[in-house]
Design a protein around this ligand. Structure first.
Ligand code: RB5
Length: 144
């Protein structure tokens, strides 16, 4: 898969660990995040990643900040972006199955109850259900 990833200073290690695994699995990962601890503003990172994603060519994106909250709020203000903060297998599955999220968000300072890659893989291996959910997703896309 062709995957976009971006992060602020709150998730450098998390981002790198995800990049390492996905790359080892043979995926192509484009890193638009920061790699040094200097403080940056997550709305800027979210906007940069969202605009790049909308240019096309990516299967999905991953956004990381300290909590995954701020960067997902920012990304969801961009028309066409559906970013889901996911924190377990159920939310990862539903983010794709029902919401057809094109970004997931994770937090570098969060304490997850399972390996983060299990969450990412659940999202990646789930399919969008369509049907009545397509109607709802279309309404979401018309809101911004
Ligand atoms: C940065 O300190 C932190 O606020 C940011 O990474 C994120 O957690 C915001 O939601």
């Amino acid at each position: 898969m062709n995957i976009l990833i971006a992060n602020d200073h709150g998730a450098i290690e998390l981002k790198q660990s995800i990049v390492n695994v996905l790359t080892a699995e043979g995926h192509t990962v484009t890193n638009l995040g920061v790699d040094t601890p200097a403080s940056v503003d997550y709305p800027d990172i979210a906007l940069k990643a969202s605009e790049r994603f909308l240019e096309g060519g990516f299967d999905f994106g991953i956004l990381c900040c300290g909590t995954g909250i701020g960067i997902s709020i920012a990304a969801n203000k961009v028309k066409g972006i559906r970013c889901a903060p996911v924190f377990d297998l159920f939310t990862a599955e539903m983010a794709k199955r029902h919401n057809n999220a094109n970004f997931i968000a994770l937090g570098g300072r969060n304490r997850y109850a399972l390996p983060v890659m299990d969450i990412v893989h659940m999202y990646m291996t789930t399919s969008f259900e369509g049907g009545r959910h397509q109607q709802r997703v279309s309404k979401l896309d018309n809101m911004v």
